[in-house]
Design a protein around this ligand. Structure first.
Ligand code: GLA
Length: 700
């Protein structure tokens, strides 16, 4: 694994902050009072109290107000707002204010503006118009951070620092000359010699051999596809570069404050530029922003995935949902309003998965600016609205849930997830553009979700001890250590399902020879001669997909459906030590195994060589989960019912979320529903659209 260069600021453990104190589930939002006048602020704090809002992020976009001209500071507004919030018992999550440079800075120093991959500049007038490698930007930003931190570092209202905002949301990949210089320094630290870089990037191909560091550029647009090694390292560099920037702001804050520091991650389907596994230990508490993405097939299941991954980043502990929307966003082609109750279900789905703060963008819907049609806690229509009523009710519900703080989600199943694999797998030249990393991860997650199985999302480098089942979807780039990690897990009795396009290349995107999937060939007991991707409208039938392959006793005669199909991908696969579980029944690979199982040590390693239809995926994982003795936390269903358990030393809670339109009865332990206060014995009726949280009397 790459370690960021020693030249980057790194804090001594001894000066790390005090932890973020959770006395309950925090309820909060971004607050942008600069868009309004004092009479509105007075109403705001009263309404915040009414709703139970107790954690407010301010000064996120404060720079042009705080420093209206270079070196001239005006803290009047911020002083007033912090004191106002404090006097109403509302805690402050204080932005450093650096997320968007003011126009005077980009006018005086246009060299800080970012460049996109065709080498053209992106201008001010939007937001985040700065290059992460710009020394000029950094100097100005850190000067502001210094002033903000020295002024408010010990203010009793400030309980959390919020560095910049969604670092890399728009500007993660900059292609300017400053970036090229920083990229070269990063490469030199990684490889030491230009010869080592040439080897890693495979530059003997297409006459790309470099003779000196100065010849290397950012991977700007080319006429053909670009060197994949260069593109992959540019992703790694860009993630590290922003992490270095985060550390620089944190170091300045730390000179003035012991309050915990974080920044809001974007664990979401449409942003992939930061490797948060390498960031997670730097933040004092993991914070994530999540918005339902209605461009996806199933935005609610993606929310669950994002929350489980946020918990993974928090090493299984609590984390903060820093932003979500009360209803519609403004940046999708069609911005859907949430149905009544949906905001509450979304919020409690995050809490069920470890969130200990539920915050929103933003407090009051803007009257002007690009986000004026983004929902907020206080909508344009005011407080005589269905939405405001739900906002107030959610505040009350979160207050009742305070006792879940400190409990942890327990899962015996994990999915391995890797940003590096994502970058490498979705590179320009690949066997099929119809196959994308995240879709394959989501497909595996969805199948487990439908089976009622709670899943941890962990790094391929994570300690896998304690899991019964580890699913490895499309882990195209796999290091030797990661392959060994999985093999050791299986040898010790674990079960794994590895899916196609896993273990294909090493960390330099170099194909592992001798038959795919090189990293997992021995573990899986197979060898693949050739990929045979399918067109998106093609499907192949899967045969021998019945109980016979296992023995009816093991799985039941109806373990697999008769109409099983594979899509998108097939491969010419040969068995070594593995047994075939299913084969292609038509197409060009009739009789070739599509699903295999291999005994390895005391465990079993399954392989899935195609993208099965949803039912088949679920059927397959049901069988594997049973073999692995996985414990489902809820009943199998079509995704409309979620049951998740949080467990503490002396208490446990079961969250039951009914996304459906019918009331449903769910079996539970005896206990108290802390949402309604009702006693529960054996079963609980969960009305359509409702959430129940049962404090179990006896933890089983
Ligand atoms: C991001 C930003 C916010 C706002 C929201 C809108 O999360 O951090 O400032 O733009 O998106 O959804």
């Amino acid at each position: 694994m790459y370690t960021p260069a020693a030249t980057q600021v790194h804090l001594d453990e001894a000066v790390r902050a005090t932890p973020f104190v959770q006395t309950g589930i925090a309820y909060g939002c971004d607050y942008n009072p600069e868009q309004w006048g004092p009479e509105v602020w007075a109403e705001d704090v009263l309404l915040m109290q009414q709703a139970g809002v107790d954690l407010v992020a301010i000064n996120i976009f404060g720079w042009s107000a705080l420093e209206p001209r270079a070196g001239e500071y005006d803290f009047t507004l911020l002083d007033t707002i912090i004191d106002l919030l404090h006097s109403h018992g509302i805690r402050v999550n204080l932005g450093t204010g650096t997320s968007s440079p003011p126009p005077w800075l980009t006018t005086a120093h246009p060299e800080i503006l970012p460049q996109v991959e065709d080498g053209t500049t992106r201008y001010s007038g939007g937001r985040q118009a700065w290059c992460p490698s710009s020394p000029v930007f950094r100097a100005h930003a850190l000067r502001l951070v210094e002033r903000v931190a020295e002024r408010y570092g010990a203010h009793p209202a400030v309980v959390l620092w919020h560095v910049s905002n969604e670092l890399g949301c728009h500007n993660a990949l900059c292609y300017c000359d400053d970036t090229a210089g920083a990229f070269r320094r990063w490469l030199e630290a990684r490889y030491g010699t230009i010869a080592a870089l040439n080897t890693a990037w495979g530059t003997s191909f297409w006459s790309q051999r470099y003779g000196a560091w100065e010849e290397i550029h950012t991977p700007r647009l080319t006429l053909s596809s670009r060197n994949p090694g260069q593109a992959l390292d540019f992703h790694r560099f860009s993630s590290d570069e922003l992490l270095g920037y985060y550390r620089a702001e944190e170091a300045v804050i730390r000179r003035h404050s012991r309050v915990p520091v974080t920044t809001n991650f974007m664990v979401t389907a449409h942003i992939r530029n930061l490797d948060y596994w390498s960031w997670a230990s730097d933040v004092d508490v993991v914070a994530n922003d999540h918005y339902l993405d209605h461009r996806l097939d199933d935005p609610t299941t993606e929310l669950a995935f994002s929350a489980d991954l946020s918990r993974g980043l928090a090493d299984g502990g609590g984390w903060l949902l820093m932003e979500q929307a009360t209803s519609a966003v403004n940046w999708q082609p069609l911005n859907r309003a949430k149905a009544p109750g949906e905001m509450t279900r979304n919020s409690l789905s995050h809490v069920a998965r470890g969130a200990e703060a539920i915050c929103f963008f933003q407090w009051r819907a803007s009257q002007q600016g690009s986000e004026k049609f983004h929902s907020a806690l206080v909508p344009h229509a005011g407080t005589d609205t269905v939405l405001w009523k739900e906002v107030v009710e959610l505040g009350a519900t979160l207050t009742r849930l305070r006792e879940v703080v400190g409990t942890r989600v327990v899962a015996d199943t994990a999915i391995l997830f890797s940003w590096e694999a994502w970058w490498a797998a979705d590179n320009e030249s690949r066997p099929s553009k119809a196959v994308t990393y995240l879709e394959q991860v989501h497909a595996a997650y969805t199948a487990l979700h439908r089976l009622g199985v709670t899943v941890d999302i962990v790094s391929p480098d994570a300690d896998l001890t304690g899991y019964r089942l580890v699913v490895v979807p499309a882990l195209y780039l796999t290091t030797d250590e990661q392959a060994d990690n999985l093999a050791a897990f299986v040898a010790a009795g674990g079960h794994t399902l590895v899916t196609f396009y896993s273990g294909i290349v090493d960390e330099d995107d170099r194909v592992r020879l001798g038959g795919y999937p090189g990293a997992f060939r021995d573990l899986l007991g197979i060898s693949v001669e050739e990929f045979v991707p399918l067109s998106p409208d093609q499907a192949v039938r899967l045969d021998a997909f019945g109980a016979d392959a296992f023995g009816a006793d093991a799985f039941g005669a109806d373990a697999f459906g008769a109409d099983a199909t594979g899509t998108l991908w097939t491969e010419r696969l040969r068995l070594a030590s593995a047994e075939a579980i299913a084969s292609y029944a038509d197409g060009t690979l009739v009789g070739v195994p599509a699903i295999t199982r291999n005994r390895h040590g005391s465990g079993a390693a399954w392989y899935l060589a195609t993208a099965p239809d949803h039912t088949t995926y679920r059927d397959l994982l049901r069988v594997i989960a049973r073999e692995a003795r996985v414990t489902a936390t809820g009943p199998e269903n079509d995704g409309l019912l979620e049951v998740i358990r949080r467990v503490g030393d002396d208490r446990s809670f079961v969250f039951i979320i009914n996304h459906g339109v019918s009331d449903t009865v769910v079996a539970t332990a005896d206990g108290i529903d802390i949402v309604t206060g009702d006693a529960v014995t054996g079963t609980v009726l969960v009305p359509a659209g409702a959430v129940r949280v049962i404090r179990e009397e006896t933890a089983s």
